[in-house]
Design a protein around this ligand. Sequence first.
Ligand code: ANZ
Ligand code: ZN
Length: 815
Amino acid sequence: MNYSFKEVEKKWQQKWEEVPYFQAKKSREDKKFYCLDMFPYPSGAGIHVGHWKSYTLSDVYSRQKFLQGYNVLHPMGWDAFGLPAENYAISQGVHPKKSTADNIANFKRQLKNLGAIYDWSKELNTTDPSYYKWTQWIFLQMYKAGLAYEAEIPINWCPKCLTGLANEEVVGEMCDRCGSKVVQKPIRQWMLRITNYAEKLLEGLDGLDWPEKVKLMQKNWIGKSVGANVTFTVLLNDTGKETLDLEVFTTRPDTLLGATFMALAPDHPLVGKVTRPEQKEFVEKFQRDVARKGKAYGEEEQEKIGVFTGGYAVNPLNNEHLPIYLASYILSSYGSGAIMAVPAHDERDFEFAQKYDLPVKEVVKPYQEDESLHDKDGSLTRAMVDEGILINSENFNGLSSKDGGKKITEFLDKQGFGKDATCYKLRDWVFSRQRYWGEPIPLIHCAKCGVVPVPEEDLPVVLPEVESYQPTGTGESPLAAIKEWVNVTCPKCKGKGKRETNTMPQWAGSCWYFLRYLNTELEDKPFDEKDVKYWMPVDLYVGGIEHAILHLLYARFYIKVLNDLGFLPFDEPFRRLFNQGMVCARTKEGRIEKMSKSKGNVVSPDDMLKIAGADALRLYILFMGPPELDVEWQDNGLKGTKNFLGRLWKFLTDEKNITGKTDDKSKKRFHLFLKEFQERVEAFKVNKAVAGMMEYLNELSDQKLKLDKEILKQFLSASSIMTPHFSSELLEKLLSTNLKDCSWPVYDPCLSAVEEIEIAIQVNGKFRGNIKAGPGKTQDELQPEVEKTIEKWLKDKKVVKVVFVKDRLINFVVK
Ligand code: ANZ
Ligand code: ZN
């Protein structure tokens, strides 16, 4: 009798749909397990087998915890606002509302094929007014707390998507969505003060069970630098009487006496004042040139160009006069937008000094002499950027960089010319989009009262139906054209007001959705305190590394704000994070790349299901390789797991193999399988866990081992986390039970213990003793202990070679 996956899978999916036995319980007595998938934005392309990888993983863990008696919450929803959804709608010529609904229906159909234990009663959709009412409400709380503000700033503007973008959405000067080169455009924006949370966002990383790589990416993005602010005095003319203060941020106050010029960002506010009349023409031309080129924040300018302003600044330590330049590599948005340039110890300053023939003065000597640092004439060949010992620094000579920096800053502090300072690379979050498909920002502009929040009882501000939702490109959202919607009465003075027409970025809805899953039906509040307290934080969050900064940083920020405002009793949303690797496939050009529709290398689960079924696909995806690594899709691999399930079915349904009571050998082998299976699953080595299942079946048939009903039930319960349909069918067929009444099998530590074997120890081929160890131990694991037991044979001898035969012997060749 063969395994007929089509009927079996259909049957169980229908049953689970009718009676979803795995839904989260209302009672809060059990231990809880909140397993979260990064909810998808329902694109038109549907899901491919790459998406299945993360959904299969999260389902394996949810199912295991369910069987272990946890109250499991494993929900799914739709991140449906934002650029991707809107761009797709435009490309198809349909309204985003319509295309989004169609895409969701398709996604849901595809996802149900997975046989996952999603609790669909918790489904949510970020474009649903009953959901975004609360996205707007959270924004209002931030606004009231002074965390949202309006600013006319030059921002990253995508000329194709016709909207402003957050810094996080720009990758290498390109729009992360469409790949167009981003330009800088001054536009009125709503901003969120995420920078107020820089330190908290950094500190919080320590306590998280996240991949180190992701933590490091967030850390670098926040970019904390510790140093000092130093005030230089700018001479506005040659009399030396008229002056102004110029502040610089430096991470190396120890190098202050090595400064040989000053550099300002081309758009620094003091440029006009500092520039002397004779240089004005050149300075202005330079500013125009740089502005025309434009550059996105955070991008290093390849070419370091500059212009002399004619002005000078006085070094507060030795009163030396330093020429002031404008330089293309200084960012106006970092520190104070101005630097003291120390060519001897900073690479960029060194390059600039070479180019403009400015002096190089060494003030730090490396701890270790390095001859390649100087040429024959004694000039520096490159910047010496390491810390070292101070030289040419008057009273500070001989101090280490650390101590020297501290002493110099203290000295400046006393004179009122400097202070310890900390800078962050993190910028405030550009939180408005000039697009239609997003949550309206719930604010009203009134000529008399200024910006007035929409009263909470008037939420949601519903996104109006429009004919034309294409971006206008004017810097105004398409909503600005809908007069009936825009014109409102001011809630404060009852005079004429206008609605804010910018919408929120797509990240707004995903910053808090995991709180809403708990109570999607709540009408009078966004979430329930008691449920939040029970369920949060999320125990396991599974999703792609592409969200390492954007979504994961924004969501952490939201939770910290809501915690500070007293709405939440915790301040980190995701306790544990797992990033699954990508599934790749060969493109038409023969390159192996991440699956994507645009590259034409997508494998659709719909097709694979027809060939092999959901359980074979789940099993193959788990078996492909370590789940955190990228892997290449192979049709053969899927055939392999399909065949495996076929063989397993045959074995288990063959009466010969089932007995009333198994012998010890069979029992032992099963408990060893179970122990390893559990340990591997729990260590995220699911590929090894599948391999263990395959080995077990091989040994069952090779060694003619038998199972009794108890073992059979335990085996099917354990395997059900990977192959739920297959296991359910056999549980019913052979044992008249089902997963609802099963629990996670507990292995017997005595039975699962591996017997020790004796390994012979030899010295120069002569037998010198035995050592007992578990099978499969490596030489590295054994050698130290073996050396101890034969110490007297090795004394005063030189070991020339060690011969090791696994599980048999270890032989020391000595002289
Ligand atoms: C003098 C100096 C000497 C510096 C030296 C470095 C080495 P991070 O680590 O990135 O924070 N800097 C300050 N503001 C800048 C701006 N707006 N645009 C470009 N560069 C800026 O780097 C801080 C260092 O970058 C600062 O320390 C400053 O150069 C420069 F041997 O000051 B330093
Ligand atoms: Zn008003």
